[in-house]
Design a protein around this ligand. Structure first.
Ligand code: PHB
Length: 386
């Protein structure tokens, strides 16, 4: 098979890139190790920045998002005995949209189906070749057959465990593994809050998020080695109640339909390019979920990369492609910092000095316009290209 851009990975980064390239007159083929059902069911955060929503609308992906997405003006910051609403719209003129990553992925999949996009699911043994020439190619097996996909450019949208990241020779990497994980649940119960609650508590962080009027998404900070089997539904709801509790407010428990433990990690690999290989999304960077930045960062990467590849392949202009890594990394580091900052402000470390600093910082963020504006500007998102 031959195409202009071989995309490795059919998550939101790969699918959106294919969509943007198609609109710019560039052809692509996507290969993906997982099945479509798996990719579309993979649960991730659900907070879309304004620039993400604007882009999705602009490229014809806004219809269901506008109908089903929930507009939030801000978030609640909570610690024992206190809850403060930060109104991002008042502070920085924009809020966020609550719409699950699974839904974005499904919308993208349907749009690519309608356009006749080639996506080869359930491939194995994916390998990238001749990346420092103008004729790179990808090999893989499907149904026991070996296949070769020739291209002019390869884009790795295959996450931090895929082969693309590892195909960049001698990268510089930065990594921080946080000494705790999140236990996440989905529950068939109406959210007990209008907007997300981020809670600091001496037992550990808790987050009340949501997916719809009838489905809640909640998280608890837990130790690294946590086994979900040790967390009965009752134990989860009583820990959530203890950490999120407030006089005059009740947390409605409900049937838990999904339970999983998520590691917390920051990771950046630089550069996001090697020859004719470009990296986008989690293939180049991982953020802990506290700032809900993962999907938004992937969208920002491909929003930059698609026009850069169109300039390279259609007009032989390599300027934007040459600038891609440096430009993308500015935003990557901003979001890496913000995600680290939110994480370290909100998670219990067991250290009493840390706890005092966290309480002081939360108090400042919640009560000073300068402090609140910093959080709001980053959470609601900086413009693409920042
Ligand atoms: C989620 O809804 O899954 C979610 C929301 C906000 C976060 C992380 C996860 O910061």
């Amino acid at each position: 098979m031959r195409t202009q851009v071989a995309i490795v990975g059919a998550g939101p980064a790969g699918l959106l890139l294919a969509h943007l390239l198609d609109r710019a007159g560039v052809e692509s083929v996507i290969v993906e190790t997982r099945s479509r059902v798996y990719v579309e069911a993979r649960i991730r955060a659900g907070i879309l920045e304004r620039s993400t929503v604007d882009l999705l609308r602009e490229v014809g992906l806004g219809e269901r998002l506008d109908r089903e997405g929930d507009q939030h003006r801000g978030i609640h910051l909570h610690w024992p005995g206190e809850r403060h609403h930060l109104d991002f719209v008042d502070l920085v003129g924009r809020g966020v949209t609550v719409y699950g990553q699974t839904e974005v992925t499904k919308d993208l999949g349907r749009a690519r189906d309608a356009a006749g996009q080639q996506v080869v699911y359930e491939v194995a043994d994916t390998a990238l070749h001749d990346l420092d020439t103008e004729h790179p190619f990808v090999t893989y097996t499907t149904d026991g057959r070996s296949e070769r996909l020739d291209a002019e450019v390869v884009v790795g949208c295959d996450g931090s465990f895929g082969p693309s990241r590892a195909a960049v020779p001698n990268p510089v990497t930065w990594e921080r593994t946080y000494p705790y994980s999140w236990l996440g649940i989905l529950a068939d119960v109406a959210p007990s809050t209008d907007e997300l609650i981020y809670a600091w508590h001496p037992d550990g962080f808790a987050l009340h998020s949501m997916r719809s009027a009838t489905v809640s998404r909640l998280y608890l900070q837990v130790p690294h080695s946590t086994d979900v089997a040790d967390w009965s539904d009752d134990r989860i709801w009583s820990a959530l109640d203890a950490r999120l509790g407030l006089d005059g407010w009740t947390l409605r428990p409900g049937p838990v339909t999904e339970k999983s433990v998520l590691p917390m990690r920051s990771f950046v690999q630089q550069p996001m390019r090697h020859g004719r290989l470009f990296l986008a999304g989690d293939a180049a960077h991982i953020v802990p979920p506290t700032g809900a930045k993962g999907l938004n960062l992937a969208v920002a990467d491909v929003a930059l990369l698609a026009p850069a590849l169109a300039a390279l392949l259609r007009h032989k202009d390599s300027g934007p492609a040459d600038a891609y890594s440096d430009v993308a990394l500015r935003r990557v580091w901003r979001c890496t910092h913000f995600s680290w900052w939110m994480t370290t402000m909100l998670h219990a470390t067991g250290d009493q000095f840390d706890a005092q600093l966290q309480r002081s910082q939360l108090q400042w963020v919640a009560s000073s316009t300068a402090g609140a504006t910093g959080l709001a500007e980053n959470y609601a998102g900086l413009p693409i290209g920042f």
